[in-house]
Each structure stands twice: as C-alpha cells, then as structure tokens.
Design a binder for this molecule. Structure first.
Ligand SMILES: *[C@@H]1O[C@H](CO)[C@@H](O)[C@H](O)[C@H]1NC(C)=O
Ligand SMILES: *[C@@H]1O[C@H](CO)[C@@H](O)[C@H](O)[C@H]1NC(C)=O
Ligand SMILES: *[C@@H]1O[C@H](CO)[C@@H](O)[C@H](O)[C@H]1NC(C)=O
Ligand SMILES: *[C@@H]1O[C@H](CO)[C@@H](O)[C@H](O)[C@H]1NC(C)=O
Ligand SMILES: *[C@@H]1O[C@H](CO)[C@@H](O)[C@H](O)[C@H]1NC(C)=O
Ligand SMILES: *[C@@H]1O[C@H](CO)[C@@H](O)[C@H](O)[C@H]1NC(C)=O
Ligand SMILES: *[C@@H]1O[C@H](CO)[C@@H](O)[C@H](O)[C@H]1NC(C)=O
Ligand SMILES: *[C@@H]1O[C@H](CO)[C@@H](O)[C@H](O)[C@H]1NC(C)=O
Ligand SMILES: *[C@@H]1O[C@H](CO)[C@@H](O)[C@H](O)[C@H]1NC(C)=O
Ligand SMILES: *[C@@H]1O[C@H](CO)[C@@H](O)[C@H](O)[C@H]1NC(C)=O
Ligand SMILES: *[C@@H]1O[C@H](CO)[C@@H](O)[C@H](O)[C@H]1NC(C)=O
Ligand SMILES: *[C@@H]1O[C@H](CO)[C@@H](O)[C@H](O)[C@H]1NC(C)=O
Length: 534
C-alpha cells in the first residue's frame, strides 16, 4: 500500500517537473513548455518531426507544429501533444440554399491522432456527417444528429438529438470531414441553420442547445496527438547506441498508439529521459520533496527509506505507524535469560561451597591429625628421634595414619587377628610389602604419654629373638597405633595367652603385660617383657 502511494506521488512529480529543453535552448514559446526532443531552433530538436516554430510576431506567440500550420497547445513527455484543429461547417439560407461552408481536410506529417482521447463530434438537427481517411479508404465513419423541436434537446448529452459523437480507428494521421443534410435545414432553420463537424479531445466539448443556433467563437478545438521516437520498437532501437533516445536512468517503452518508442525515467528519478546530465533523469531526494518519514529519512539512489531513532519502534514512514516510543513496561520479562543466569550462578556457587567444604574438611583432618600427634607425644618422640636419629631410623619410623589405613584396608574386619581388652590387632601389609601387625589400643592415658614415648624409642631399638620387633608407631590417630613385625607362628597375643611356643613366659609376666596393656600402654608392657627376657 505504501509502495502504491509512493509510485502515485512519484508519477505526479514526474509529470509536473519533467519539461526541460536541451541545455542552451529556448524551452518556452509563450506559455508553452517545449521539452526536448522538441525544440524551436536548429540543434535544439531531435529531428524535423520535433520542430516547433514559434512566431513571436503576435502578442501571444503561436507555436506551430508539422511544418508550420498546426498550433501546438501543450507538449507532454508522456507521448502526447495537444494541438488545435479547425471545425467543418455548412450553413443554409431559409430557402435551403447553402450560404457558406468549410470542409476540413486535416493531416499530420508525422505522429497519429489519438483515437482513445478524441471523438468525432457532429452538431445539427438535420445533419449527417462523415470522417474519412485523408489518403483514401482506410476508414470511413460518421453519425447522424436530428431534432424536430428545440425543446427536445437536452444540454450535456450527445446521443443523436442535435448532437452525435463517434470514435474512429487507431493510427489515423489525417482525415477529411464532409457534412450532409437531408432537407437543407429548411424544417429546422429557425433554431438550427448550420451543421458542424469536428474532432475534439474527449470530454472537452460540452453540448448546449445554444450550439445549434450558433457555435459562436468555437472555431477550433483541442485534439490529442500521440508522438513517439522513430518508427522502430525498443528492441530494434537499442541496437544503434547513437540514435537511441533513452538516456541515463531511463527505460524504453514501445508506443501503444503509434509506431516508435518512448523513454521514461526509472522509479525514484525525475527529469527528461531524452537528455543526459543535469536536465536528465535525476535521483529524487524524496526526503526533501516528500518528507515521507516520521523518523530519520535516508535518500538512496533511486529510492529512500525511513528509520526510527533508538528507543522508538515502527517503520518510520509518516503515513503508517510512524515512530512510537518503545514501551518497556510491555516488554516481556526475559525469564529465559534470567533463569539461565541464575542456574549458572547457582551451579558456580555450589561448586565453590563444595570446594570450601572439602578444603575445610581437609584442614580439619590435618588439624585433628596434628592434635592427635601432639596428644600422643609425637613431638616428644620426634625430639628423641632426632637425638639418636641414625639408630632409630634403622629400626623404626613414625607412620602416617594414611599409611596404616592403607595397610589394613581401612581397618577391615577380616584382617583382625586379635581382639581383647587392650584393643584390636590387625594384620597389615605395608607399601613396601612388609607384613606387619598393627595394634590399636582402646584408650590412652594422657599422664603416661612421655613414658610411652620413651618406651617406644627404647623398644624400637631392641632386636631380640624373643621379642616381637616394634617397627614404629603412628601418633596421628586418637589412640596411638603401634606397628610390629608380624610373627607368623605367634603374636604377642599368643605369647601372652600361651597358645604358641612362647608359653614359657611366667604368669607374673603375663599378668603384668595384660595389666599394662589394659591401661593402653603396650610399650611399658613390652619394656617389662623385655626386662624379663634379656
Ligand atoms: C525564447 O522564445 C521567446 C518567444 O519566442 C522569446 O521571447 C525569448 O526571448 C526566447 N528566449 C531565449 C533565451 O531565446
Ligand atoms: C501557424 O499556423 C497557422 C494556421 O494553423 C498559420 O496561420 C500561421 O501563419 C502559422 N504560423 C507560423 C509561424 O508558421
Ligand atoms: C497544458 O497542460 C497543463 C498541465 O498539464 C495544463 O494545466 C494546461 O491547462 C494545458 N493547456 C491546455 C491548453 O490544455
Ligand atoms: C437558390 O439557388 C437557385 C439556384 O441554385 C437560384 O435560382 C435561387 O435564386 C436561389 N434562391 C435564393 C433565395 O438565393
Ligand atoms: C481529402 O482532402 C484532400 C484535400 O482536399 C484531398 O486531396 C483528398 O483526396 C481527400 N480525400 C478523400 C478520401 O476524399
Ligand atoms: C415545439 O414544441 C413546443 C412545445 O412542446 C410547441 O409549442 C412548438 O409549437 C413546437 N414547435 C414546432 C415547430 O413544432
Ligand atoms: C439542397 O440544396 C442542394 C444544393 O444546394 C440541392 O441540390 C438540393 O436539391 C436541395 N435539397 C432540397 C431537399 O432542397
Ligand atoms: C442549455 O443551457 C443554456 C445555458 O448554458 C440555456 O440557455 C438553455 O436554455 C439550455 N437548454 C436546455 C434545453 O436546457
Ligand atoms: C521509418 O522511418 C524511416 C525514416 O524516418 C523511413 O525511411 C522508413 O521507411 C520508416 N519505416 C516504416 C516502416 O514506416
Ligand atoms: C545509427 O544512428 C545514426 C544517427 O541516426 C546513424 O547515422 C547511423 O547510420 C546509425 N547506425 C546504424 C548501424 O544504423
Ligand atoms: C495514508 O495513505 C492512505 C492510502 O495509502 C490514505 O488513505 C491515508 O489517508 C493516508 N494517511 C495520511 C495520514 O496521510
Ligand atoms: C511522528 O512521531 C511523533 C512522535 O515522535 C508522533 O507524535 C507523531 O504523531 C508522528 N506523526 C505521524 C504523522 O506519524
């Protein structure tokens, strides 16, 4: 719809502004505009068919076309010129004798009389008339107009009462008009002494009953002539670039009414399509001529567009929605984006929390281990060990809680080889494939920590056949873990409970071991054991 409107506006602009002569040529004759290919002087017209002679002798200059005998009223680049053509008339005396008359023999050197925009018109109450081809018998047509009483005549109608009109064929370049009468106007002479016949632009002539008495000053009438370039089609004409009439930004159309072709400016351009340069088809700055935009107008080569400023919506064309403020309140809340963002954020938060939690747990574990280590006299032991490092490192070491956990498969029930009031003994496999017995005491007596450590140090240095060798201990757990050499055919437990070869241990010794052990200090027990078995 907007496009249609645009085309309409452009078309109206094109017809009103395109009327330029060749540069340096006179573009007017009186009030008549003379656009190229028409011209008044040598070099200003395309060929002799477009020559307009302008007589500046009279007050109102007369432009004559077609070798000087037809007056031109109007020239349009749409392929039409309007000329002035004489009427034919035949007048009678009351007796029926002819008083005066003029037949019309009209011809054009070039171009054709428009058959769509003109009508052959006859006026009279005792009249019939013919219009014939000037050059012979290509066509012949006519009409009859009669009336018995002037009161029968209706103003503005031309259907056979006092007036008749008819069409003639296309391509007519010349005609002869002949007027005839049935009774030499004798019966109607009172109100209609004359017959008239003429070709006139359709719609121009408005019949009145007064015309029957006298056509008064109406001696000539405007007639529309179709003009075109040459007598070839566009297709043929394009082949000769020097004679081709259509210039920059124009296109060619075959003439509908005559041979030859016409040129037109492309959409969005205006000017004279038969000229190049500044008088030719130029881009229309629609932004200035139409002011079509409500927003910002951008003139383009051959067109334009409108846009709305930031924060406004619409196509910007003034005759549509224009530019309206974007209503943010009506805009839909971007749930999707927010949900996605929130989801990602939440996930990130979870990860961070988890990481912090794990770090904290790790820290806690380390702290706990350190606390146990200190509680269990780890630092004292370390001091002791550093004092006699060489000997101890050969015989025992401080195990980490992790090492022992791995060695016992996380204190697997299946690996328990002894259980009693003193605690639990596990069989374990160290990382270096040594099989060990790991004793987990039940409780630890804080007051005896120092003594315990001393004993560990002493005991670890003992290497005796009858003594189960202490390999080391772990102080990172709540209760210290003691790691012994694993004796295949008997353990401390067996020693004590007499189910192996070591049953020769005296009962007192056994009791002491048990007593000491039950206090959680197996070391002291071993020390006693040791003392009893040098
Ligand atoms: C154009 O023609 C008119 C009428 O013949 C004349 O008055 C006028 O001076 C001419 N102008 C030029 C520029 O030749
Ligand atoms: C123009 O044509 C009319 C007749 O139509 C004639 O009387 C007149 O002399 C012509 N003028 C010129 C300058 O040829
Ligand atoms: C010539 O054309 C113009 C514009 O098309 C118009 O205003 C004018 O009346 C026309 N003159 C005649 C005599 O038809
Ligand atoms: C009419 O014409 C005829 C001859 O054609 C002539 O004899 C007669 O006198 C004319 N009548 C008048 C009134 O002129
Ligand atoms: C038309 O009129 C012209 C000039 O009077 C004449 O030469 C021609 O023969 C006429 N044509 C016809 C068909 O009568
Ligand atoms: C014309 O008609 C009017 C009224 O209808 C009548 O008075 C008059 O006589 C008529 N004239 C003729 C010549 O018939
Ligand atoms: C009409 O006039 C012509 C000559 O002017 C004459 O030949 C003809 O006979 C007349 N007709 C009548 C019906 O008077
Ligand atoms: C036709 O119109 C004219 C004025 O233009 C008027 O004088 C005349 O009486 C009208 N005729 C009829 C038949 O209406
Ligand atoms: C076309 O025009 C040229 C000269 O203008 C002429 O020689 C030729 O005969 C014309 N052709 C036709 C078919 O009218
Ligand atoms: C092209 O047109 C020019 C000018 O009308 C003419 O001189 C030339 O002979 C034409 N060329 C051809 C090939 O028809
Ligand atoms: C817009 O154009 C339409 C036709 O396309 C017309 O009916 C309407 O009146 C125009 N509105 C304005 C504001 O120009
Ligand atoms: C142009 O836009 C303004 C707001 O920017 C609006 O008020 C006005 O009505 C619009 N005009 C047209 C013709 O759309």
């Amino acid at each position: 719809m907007e496009f249609a409107l645009l085309v309409l506006i452009l078309a109206s602009i094109a017809t009103t502004t395109a009327a330029q002569a060749k540069p340096g040529c006179n573009s007017t004759c009186g009030e008549l505009n003379i656009p190229y290919p028409f011209g008044t002087t040598d070099g200003c017209y395309r060929d002799k068919n477009f020559l307009i002679t302008c007589s500046s002798t009279s007050r109102n200059p007369i432009a004559n076309y077609s070798r000087g005998n037809i007056q031109v009223l109007n020239i349009s680049l749409d392929g039409e010129i309007r000329i002035s053509a004489w009427r034919a008339n035949q007048c009678y005396l009351p007796s029926g004798n002819r008083s005066s008359g003029d037949n019309v023999n009209f011809r054009l050197e070039q171009f054709t009389i428009s058959n769509t925009k003109n009508k052959f018109t006859v006026i009279g109450c005792d009249t019939y008339a013919f219009i014939d081809d000037y050059w012979g018998d290509r066509f012949s047509t006519g009409c009859t107009a009669t009336c018995r009483n002037i009161t029968d005549v209706v103003n503005g109608t031309c259907f056979g009462i006092g007036c008749c009109q008819t069409s003639f064929p296309t391509g007519v370049r010349g005609y002869n008009i002949s007027l005839k009468s049935y009774r030499n106007h004798t019966a109607v002479w009172d109100f209609n002494p004359c017959s008239y016949g003429f070709v006139v632009e359709d719609g121009y002539f408005n019949f009145s009953s007064l015309d029957l008495k006298d056509l008064r000053n109406k001696n000539d009438f405007p007639v529309v002539i179709n003009w075109a370039i040459g007598n070839e089609t566009c297709q043929k004409a394009r082949r000769n670039a020097t004679s081709y009439a259509c210039k920059d930004n124009s296109f060619c159309v075959d003439s509908e009414n005559a041979s030859g072709y016409l040129c037109k400016c492309k959409d969005g351009f205006s000017g004279n399509p038969y000229l190049s340069g500044s008088n030719g088809c130029q881009d229309i700055d629609e932004c200035k001529t139409l002011r079509p935009c409500n927003g910002t107008c951008h003139n383009l080569f051959g067109s334009y567009n409108c846009s709305c400023p930031l924060g406004y919506k619409g196509d910007g064309f003034r005759n549509s929605t224009g530019c309206t403020l974007v209503d943010h309140s009506k805009q839909q809340f971007p749930y999707k984006d927010v949900a996605l963002g929130a989801g990602l954020g939440f996930a990130a938060l979870l990860v961070i929390i988890l990481w912090l939690y794990l770090a904290l747990q790790q820290r806690k574990l380390i702290n706990l281990k350190e606390r146990f280590f200190r509680q269990n006299g780890g630092f004292i032991l370390q001091q002791q060990l550093s004092r006699q490092e060489r000997t101890f490192s050969e015989t025992a070491k401080i195990f980490t809680a992790e090492e022992l956990k791995n060695a016992t498969k996380n204190y697997d029930e299946d690996l328990i080889i002894g259980r009693g009031g003193f605690g639990i003994v596990y069989k374990g496999l160290l990382a270096d494939n040594r099989v060990v017995a790991i004793k987990k005491s039940k409780i630890v007596d804080q007051s005896q920590i120092e003594q315990f450590i001393n004993e560990v140090v002493v005991l670890s240095q003992i290497n005796h056949r009858n003594v189960v060798k202490l390999l080391g201990c772990c102080l990172e757990t709540e209760v210290p873990l003691l790691v012994y050499e694993f004796v295949n055919n008997g353990t401390l437990f067996d020693y004590i409970h007499g189910e192996s070869e070591a049953s020769d241990i005296s009962w007192t010794t056994r009791l002491r071991i048990a007593a000491e052990n039950s206090r959680g200090t197996v070391i002291s027990a071993l020390c006693c054991f040791n003392a009893n078995n040098p």
